[in-house]
Design a protein around this ligand. Sequence first.
Ligand code: KDG
Length: 305
Amino acid sequence: DFDIVALGEPLVELNQTSQDQRQYLQGFGGDTSNAVIAAARQGARCAYLTRVGDDAFGAQFLALWRDEGVDTSGVEVDATAHTGLYFVQHGPDGHAFSYLRRGSAASLMTPASLDGGLIERARFLHVSGISLAISTSACDTVFAAIARARAAGVQVSLDSNLRLRLWPLDRARAVLREALCHADLFLPSMDDMQHLTGNDDPERTLDWIRDAGATGVVVLKLGKDGSIIDDGKTRTPVAALRVDAVDATGAGDCFAGSLLARRCQGDDWADAVRYANVAAALSTLGYGAVDPLPRAEQVLAKLRG
Ligand code: KDG
C-alpha cells in the first residue's frame, strides 16, 4: 500500500543555467512528479499515475521514478504522443516557464487510466491545478480520481499551482473552486490566490477560500514569509527558513510532498509544515525541480541546527 499516490504530468526540464542564456541543463519537472519524488526522499511510499510517450524522455522518467522508489505500475506508455517538455528561464523577476506540451501523452489521460486501483490503496491522493489545466480529459480524470479517493476514504490533497499559460483565469477560478471543495488538504500559494481573488491579504484570502466551500485543512504558502495553517478553527503562522535561492522551480512541490510524507509519519500539522518549509527552502539551492530536492537527513539536520 501507499502513503501517497499523485496524478498529473511529468515534463522534461531544460533549465537555463548560464549567463549567456543559451546553455540549458536537462533535468526533470512536472509538479506532481516533483511532489511524489520529494515525498519518497522523505521516506514515504509513493506511486505516480500518468502517461508518458514511447520515447527517450518517457524511458528516462520511468528510470527516474524507479531509482527514486516511486511505483510506476500506474504509468501508461502511449505510442501516439510525446512526453511533455518545458524550459526554465531566469531573469531579474525570478524564473519563467515556456512549455512544449500541447497534445502530450499525459494530456490524453482518461478516467479509465485510473482502473488499476492504486488510488484506493493510498492514504493521500495528490493532484494540482496543473493536472486540472492540461486538457479536458485530464481534468475529467482528476475529478474521477477525487471521486474514487473520497469513496474509498482516501484523503485528497490539492495544490493550486495556477499556470495561466495553460488556461484562462475564469476557467481556472471556476474549476479550482469546484475542486477545493473536495480537498481534505488545500495548498494554495499567495501568488496564485492573488490572481484568483484579486486581493493580496492572507486573512481575506483564507476567508475567500472558506466562503468558496473549503472544509479541510488549508495551508496558505507565503513564499519567503512562510505559511499559515488554517484548520477551520484556528490560523497558525509558521516561519520559513531564509536561504539564498538559486532556482525556486519546484519549491512548492517539495513543500507539498514533504508535508504529506511527514503527515503519514505522524507529525501534527504545525510540525509537518515546519518540516516542509525547511525542505522547500533547501530545494531552491540548486538548479532544477528534482535534482536539488533534499533527503530526510538533510532536512532533519537543518531543523536541528
Ligand atoms: O512547480 C514546478 C512546475 O511548475 C514545473 O516543474 C513545471 O509542472 C510544471 C508546470 O506545468 O509548470
